[in-house]
Design a protein around this ligand. Structure first.
Ligand SMILES: [Zn+2]
Ligand SMILES: [Zn+2]
Length: 323
């Protein structure tokens, strides 16, 4: 009998891991490049940028291969959800020796080749892939094959393209979940954050939120408005504020300086045809009041209705008692 089948959840979990590793490697360069940017002489900017990203090519290409790996695992997960037996490839002669004599793990069997996955998926799963997805997947596979089989000098991948393909893949297979929720779960389980002593630190939540807010800003900076809307419901064209709830969390960090808030995304946006603001990261909802800030030297006039947080200096003002 075959034992220890991989389930849909196992495949999805591994696929999420591939996307997150890919994300880590690209954003690490984006952060580094951003930090260097200030030091570059204005005229050299384009040349320096080209040099930097040309040297990051291998990382970007590997990050793209990870996305393709994630796609395969998501598809395998969907097939396993119908029946894991469908993933076993080859005729019985090629099955592991002695499979009929003793219990044998699923992982010992050869599974379907990547090029057969879509066909099997579309044959057994209730919902077939869209033409657009199939085309996109084909182009990703081409890139991956070029990466694996040869050193292709003409192959160029930009960080935006990798970020876009991570978000496309994630939203295609996890329709209801925002990328940053997956990101949070992943960050909660990094080797460091898995340690109990780290998790119980007061700063833990602040650091996590700070990482997400910085990544969020970086992401909306490089993505076009349509992609921000599609993946985060984020409208780049409306005026945005720092979320009072997220700001409160990050400002509890050790050695916090108010300047740090500028690294964080302004995720608080007014919902259309409503007075309500919503944080696109944490989901905090509130209204903005027009009131002078009581903090000495601050000229801010906008405050959050729930926390009394001033949107200029982030001090928390006492709330007026309503009758
Ligand atoms: Zn928030
Ligand atoms: Zn203020």
């Amino acid at each position: 009998m075959i034992i220890e089948f991989s389930t849909k959840d196992d495949f999805y979990h591994a696929a999420d891991g591939f996307l997150n590793s890919s994300w880590d490697s690209v954003t690490e360069h984006l952060h580094e490049f951003e930090a260097l940017r200030g030091a570059i002489n204005g005229l050299d900017h384009e040349d320096e940028s080209n040099r930097y990203w040309a040297s990051a090519k291998q990382t970007l290409v590997s990050a793209t291969a990870l996305v393709q790996q994630a796609v395969e695992f998501y598809i395998k997960g969907r097939i396993a959800n119908v029946s894991p037996y469908l993933l076993i490839s080859g005729n019985p002669q090629t099955w592991p020796r002695g499979a009929n004599k003793k219990d044998i793990e699923f992982s010992a069997f050869r599974t379907l080749d990547a090029q057969d996955l879509i066909k099997v998926h579309d044959t057994v799963c209730p919902e077939r892939f869209s033409d657009q997805f199939i085309q996109w997947n084909e182009s990703m596979r081409t890139i991956r094959n070029r990466v694996i089989h040869t050193v292709d000098k003409s192959l160029a991948v930009t960080p935006e393209e990798v970020i876009n393909s991570i978000l496309y893949t994630h939203s295609y297979f996890n329709a209801s979940e925002c990328w940053f929720s997956s990101r949070r779960k992943y960050l909660e389980n990094t080797p460091v954050n898995s340690m109990k002593s780290i998790r119980s630190e007061e700063n833990y939540e602040s650091h996590l939120t700070h990482t997400l807010l910085v990544d969020y800003r970086l992401t909306i900076d490089i993505l076009p408005p349509a992609a921000c809307k599609k993946y985060f419901s984020y409208d780049k064209k409306v005026k945005s504020f720092h979320c009072p709830s997220c700001s409160h969390t990050v400002s509890c960090m050790d050695f916090w300086d108010d300047e740090f808030i500028h690294d964080c995304a302004k995720t608080y946006q007014k919902l259309s045809e409503s007075e309500v603001y919503l944080c696109r990261l944490c989901g905090h909802e509130g209204r903005i009041l027009e009131r002078n800030c009581e903090e000495y030297g601050c000229e801010g006039t906008l405050q959050d209705s729930e926390y009394g947080t001033c949107f200029s200096c982030f001090a928390e003002n006492a709330l007026q008692q309503s009758n």
